[in-house]
Design a protein around this ligand. Sequence first.
Ligand SMILES: Cc1cc2nc3c(=O)[nH]c(=O)nc-3n(C[C@H](O)[C@H](O)[C@H](O)COP(=O)(O)O)c2cc1C
Length: 195
Amino acid sequence: MKVLGISGSPSVASKTLMAVQIAVEHAGSYPDVSAEVLNLRDHDVVFSDGRDPAAYEGDTRAVIDRVVAADALIVGTPMYRGGYTGRLKNLFDVLPNDALEGKPVGLVATGGTDHHFLAIEHELKPLVGFFRAYAVPGAVYANNGHFAGGELVDDGIREQLRRLSATVVEFAARMPRELVGTDYPKIPRKSLNDA
Ligand SMILES: Cc1cc2nc3c(=O)[nH]c(=O)nc-3n(C[C@H](O)[C@H](O)[C@H](O)COP(=O)(O)O)c2cc1C
């Protein structure tokens, strides 16, 4: 099983990346699980221009392929203006509509304080739902007070990240990917020129 952690933070020293790394490291401790982190900051993903996702090339193509190849995801974002980052949004904009279908997704968010905790529910979970993926219960939200000296120092949050990771792995192992319910209306992605 391939577990992919994604950090949508643009920061050089990122608390979100740190949290995602802890969860992914735990996922990698399970037998038959290969786990790695995709730090979007390290990749040159072009802005979505509405083309067919199959037509992206270069780093954008490589990032799309890694997401498509994953069996399960742990997605992290800092809160920016009460929501997820533009960088993460752009990743979801370039993905094929079926890139996450039937896959479990563990959600991690960080914020200056706890006051945007519910953005997990009204921003991130609908996004996961659009992709016909499963947001597993028990998303993790860490605030700046949980970090010190470049480390995640709160043992409670560390334990939550391990439990989130365990849930994602167990869910992916037990849930048949093809059980995704009924079809939504198809959304055309090609430009008029391609039609
Ligand atoms: C442009 C910008 C917008 C932010 N907006 C919020 C916000 O709406 N709510 C919040 O709790 N924190 C906000 N923050 C703080 C970050 O979410 C917080 O410091 C986070 O832990 C940073 O994560 P990172 O180290 O992975 O970049 C904002 C920070 C920046 C730079």
